[in-house]
Design a binder for this molecule. Structure first.
Ligand code: GLU
Length: 507
């Protein structure tokens, strides 16, 4: 095992948007692969045609791109084990299902959907398994001749695994340690369907084997399926090549009760999907982290912390750091509670830490979408540098920086007028004159000193002038240090804004 090249896979079914738990699974796969110089495979598990949703696969690919977690092998990229879409591999699964039948580990079942429905209705807790299989229409109860005839006549049938009775199946999970199951608990899962398609259970085992997967990370919700998969690895004679399993902890609702679902997001007002998902079948739009204004770096950072830490209090990690520090051994068994406020905090931290340059195109798009004309790129960079500490989500850049491009059209007058005096208006006229007459450098600190000196000369407390000055330049009670704003706006624009505001304050 140790000599094999590490190969991991993310194996989503293209049935809808990608839950944040799915992206966390991608991330853990990706980190593990990168750490071990291994390969990260994207395999599309689309054998359940009834659940297929057009656009879902493209959505998954785009999500991985947005996060920067691109696979080494995938339907799009190709690779040595292509095809990577299970529906395109349909022909190769039957052979394995039939091998299991021959060995006595699986059987043909000819029961019609109506018959099964009747059983479910009439028998409480009916399961197609050891308790009832001997009473149903399958190759365990029919004679070989009858079976051969039914097969020859093309009578629709499925192949089911024959779960052993009174056995215990166990394995070592990389996160959960020793896990064991009683085989009586599981029904005889269908392996090959009437349409010739494998079910997930057969396809996941066959493909993990054929694609030489060494480690399989997946959500805890797949744990109940593990005994079936383990038995298949064993029956097919591949046990020595079985991947090491890691079942990742659930992501829980904010109150800690149960798995976080799409509906919780709608109910509590935050996204649960990575990106906006539009369901073409229902017409429903489910919001995503990306469109809400999360940076991919922040999204990945908040995801990794749902269930993992590096053993210190450090919370901010870049992807590069995670590749060095992540270890599956430090992933918790217990579910991780999702906290949207904390998610916002991660984003604010990442915006603060990002270079203005890397935020530029997104911020430009946000401003332009709102009709703000951004002519000068260098100016935009300075604006971003000045306001980024105040933005939690990317769209906050609009509110925090639009006034740098368009002078305020409205002022927060109630905050100025009650204390507005002719002496203050006089001060600002003198300040304009000072700006006009004297050389004023581009140094916010120097400008502040001069402003305060002028106030002192006129016997006005500088503190009483700061708020009006801010409202003149910005329109409201927000924004960075007012002298930084003035310097960035430039002398001319600052003067113009003071003049316009003086007229408005006087009305
Ligand atoms: N197709 C399964 C899913 O949709 C994959 C589970 C696994 O990784 O084995 O999540």
């Amino acid at each position: 095992m140790s000599s094999r090249k590490v190969r991991v896979r993310f194996a989503p079914s293209p049935t809808g948007g990608l839950h944040l738990g799915g992206v966390r699974t991608v991330l853990f796969n990706y980190l593990f692969a990168r750490q071990h110089g291994g390969d990260f495979v994207l395999r599309i598990e689309d054998t359940d045609q009834s659940r297929y949703v057009p656009g879902a696969e493209e959505y998954i690919t785009e999500c991985l791109q947005w996060c920067g977690l691109n696979p080494d092998e995938s339907p799009g990229v190709g690779g040595p084990y292509a095809p990577y879409r299970q529906s395109e591999r349909k022909a190769l699964y039957r052979e394995y299902a039939e091998r299991l039948v021959m060995q006595g580990h699986a059987y043909y079942a000819f029961d019609t959907p109506e018959e099964l429905e009747r059983n479910r209705r009439e028998i409480p807790n009916f399961q197609y398994g050891h308790a009832y299989r001997d009473t149903l229409r399958n190759s365990l109860t029919l004679t070989q001749t009858q079976v051969d005839q039914l097969l020859k006549d093309g009578v629709p049938h499925v192949i089911r695994i024959k779960m052993p009775v009174d056995e215990t199946v166990h394995f070592e999970d990389m996160i959960r340690g020793h896990v064991s199951f009683d085989t009586n608990q599981s029904d005889d899962k269908v392996l090959l369907k009437a349409d010739g398609m494998p079910t997930y259970h057969l396809a996941v085992v066959v493909d993990d084997y054929l694609m030489k997967i060494t480690h399989a990370f997946r959500g805890e919700e797949w744990l109940p399926s593990a005994p079936v998969h383990l038995l298949l690895w064993e029956y097919l004679g591949w046990k020595a090549d079985m991947p090491q399993w890691a079942h990742l902890p659930l992501i829980l609702k904010p109150d800690g009760h149960g798995k976080l679902s799409k509906r919780d997001g709608v109910r509590l007002g935050f996204p649960v999907y990575a990106m906006n998902w539009f369901d073409p079948n229902t017409g429903e739009l489910t919001p995503g982290f990306r469109e809400l204004g999360f940076l991919p770096e922040a999204f990945l950072n908040l995801l990794v912390m749902l269930g993992w830490n590096d053993g210190t209090d450090t919370e901010i990690f870049s992807l590069e750091e995670l590749i060095r520090k992540f270890s599956i051994e430090r992933v918790n068994k217990a579910g991780a509670r999702f906290d949207f406020e904390k998610a916002r905090w991660f984003n604010a931290e990442w915006i603060k830490r990002s270079e203005a340059r890397s935020l530029r195109s997104e911020v430009r798009r946000i401003l332009e979408d709102k009709g703000v004309i951004v002519a000068d790129d260098e100016y935009l960079l300075k604006v971003i540098g000045l306001v980024k500490e105040r933005c939690v989500l990317l769209p906050d850049f609009y509110q925090q920086s639009a006034y740098f491009f368009d002078a305020p059209k409205e002022y927060d007058l109630p905050s100025v007028k009650p204390k507005w005096t002719e002496a203050k208006a006089e001060f600002f006229r003198a300040f304009i004159a000072m700006l006009g007459n004297e050389e004023v450098s581009d140094d916010a600190h120097e400008l502040e000193i001069r402003f305060k000196a002028l106030a002192d000369e006129r016997g006005i407390k500088p503190g009483e002038l700061m708020l009006p000055f801010r409202i003149m330049l910005v329109g409201g009670k927000f924004g960075p240090h007012v002298f930084d704003v003035a310097v960035l706006l430039g002398k001319q624009e600052t003067v113009r804004r003071i003049e316009t505001a003086l007229a408005a304050f006087a009305d």
